[in-house]
Design a protein around this ligand. Sequence first.
Ligand code: 6GU
Length: 261
Amino acid sequence: MRVDVVSIFPAYLEPLGLSLLGRAQRLGLLEVHVHDLRGWTEDRHRTVDDTPAGGGAGMVMLPEPWGRALDAVRRGEGPEGPVGSAVPARAEDGAADDDPVLVVPSPSGRRLDQRLVRELAGEPRLVVACGRYEGVDERVLVDAAARYRVLPLSLGDYVLNGGEVAALAVVEAVGRLLPGVVGNPTSLVEESHEDGLLENPAYTRPPVWRGQAVPDVLLSGHHGEVARWRRQEGLRRTARRRPDLLNALVAADPSALDAAE
Ligand code: 6GU
């Protein structure tokens, strides 16, 4: 998968070079290019924003730098020209399902969840357009829809200063689903949200710590009992912390919890 991120704070994305995602890039499992939006400005002050039409507080990002940036990145170019692996040109017939997904972080976007993460993990190309201030001029997104599948995306119902943290979240959540990125793939299926539930509590050594013992069943060696306990504890935790998830599970499949007592 190739991911391009456009931001006025490229340094914000530096953690993508660390840990598992850094290793994934060195192994060629994932390609990430971070671009400075100001590379596509043409004035001496490298201006990226202006006051909102109609008045009011804050600033709105100008359409011209974003238009040039998204045209260039679509072709696999940064401000200085081609970068990374070649990208396919747009299909002659305008087949929109071949277009890259343009992730546009915004508190008014579709909420990111593991289902959307799995969908994005099946894409060959993502472009993330990180806005700041009060957002990007709306015409940029309308225009971009001619060569991208535009996806406004939110992390949740609260406000951040810009899209960079969302870009980090998307690339990390999606990147770890790519084949070979996480060493032991069974850890992917046993996680919170993969089955619509929260994960059970986890323990390691020592068997007793500050007066608290690891639950006996986990030290019993009975794999069936351990599996049953984990499922029960995952359910109990989901019911307490995230009753909305349990309700959604049962609404989608009324027999979803039949195996549990
Ligand atoms: Cl994706 N962007 C911003 N600016 N604020 C947010 C968000 C995204 N998700 C939640 N709040």
